[in-house]
Design a protein around this ligand. Sequence first.
Ligand SMILES: [Zn+2]
Length: 487
Amino acid sequence: MNTHTNGAAGGLGVRARRLRDFGRALRLSRTELARADRMDAESVRRLQQGRLEILVRHAAAHSPFYRDHYRGIDGGNVALAALPPVTKDALMDDFDGWTTDRSLKLADLERHIDGLSGDDLHLGRYRVMATSGSTGGRGVFVYSEAEWTMNLANFARLNERLVGVHPRLLPHRLRVASVGTTSPIHISTRNGLSVSVGINRVLRLDARRSVDELAAALDAFRPDLVVGYPSVLAMLADEHEAGRLRFRPAKVVTVSEVRTPEMTETIRRAWGVEPFSWYGITEGGVLAGDCEHHRGMHVFEDLFIVENMDADGRPVPDGVVGHKLLLTNLFNRTQPLIRYELSDMVVLDSRPCPCGRTCRRVRSIEGRSDDILRLPARAGGQVAVHPITLRSPFARLAELRQYKVLHDEGRIHVLIVARDRSKSEATERRVRDSLAKALLDVGAQPPPILVETVAVIPRDQGHGAKFKLIESRPRVTPLATGSARRP
Ligand SMILES: [Zn+2]
């Protein structure tokens, strides 16, 4: 059991230390990050290149993994495109060699995560987070205090200058509700704990709770800002429209999952607000967020470099959906992430935004390349079916409250929550027919499609409790050891 020994360092209590860090983050957001927000594109490139050179030299000097990875590369002239990319699995396989602090050992971090409660620090100075590995393997990420302060500063920038909410003193403290995960190994929970310093009031709700319970909690708390998974916020907006939830938030932000145009429309119609969208990652906090014009999420290019790539690792032009992103986190020195692969399929846009920010925008997140289905093609061979092809038939089915498409063992299993259960048989048939047609239209031979009406669609088993609209579980080949997948 972790006690609060971590907060005693330097004689400063947990709350005092958190308040101090919050103050530092606010100052940083209003000075250094505010200057970056006003830079022209050329100045941002120069800033990025300077930070990249420092990062690459630091990694090559202090991380045995990167020393090896960059062997033979000219250290005097750092060109991003010449650096070999890295994957989560490769970094996790050599975790102790990846970090630049030799006192960080994966085994110790796993023990720390196991006993984690609240905002505990490892070795008195590191915050440790993990990804559940719902796609790809599990990842463990650490932030030093300086790195965490930068993440919080970026978070403050988002809140104050993009969404337009400010910390307020008593008696009208800012109320923020978050509907997602409450696990402390998740970065959003730690962000919430870090900013809950007696200035803001933060209510954290588990997205796995029933819609009725969530609605009652929001009605009682009456937040100024609601941040949450779009799948659950759209359900809550639906509840408001049906008169079962009185509360109407002034600002709504969606995070972590794909937000479909139907979800956006439900939120807009029910609550009369245009929802904001944040692109959050455990590997760096919030990578991008939209401004008041909602023309895509501005990438915070003073802190991150993103490169949009196709399946063969070639750059993808603006306006085209990529297969993966290469992320470089410019502020994390402890655990360098340089051209790190993210399986998100996004569209980038470099055109100017009316807000005047020059940074590029992520216009849409189409899903993850792990969720591309490979189905037999009618013409022979295989065809890759994009998640958007699978979502498109559902956009026209207003009788659905929620759905999930699961590709498993050579068949497609669709779970649906119908608005009117008495008509579910007809709805199931419509879902099956329209999905089969969408697959035929892209040249696939539709596999057996099983449609099932349920009361509730379960969320991800991992600690993130995310809702995946499309999930592909490729057929698992039994291992030679005999530990085959159970039927
Ligand atoms: Zn803008």
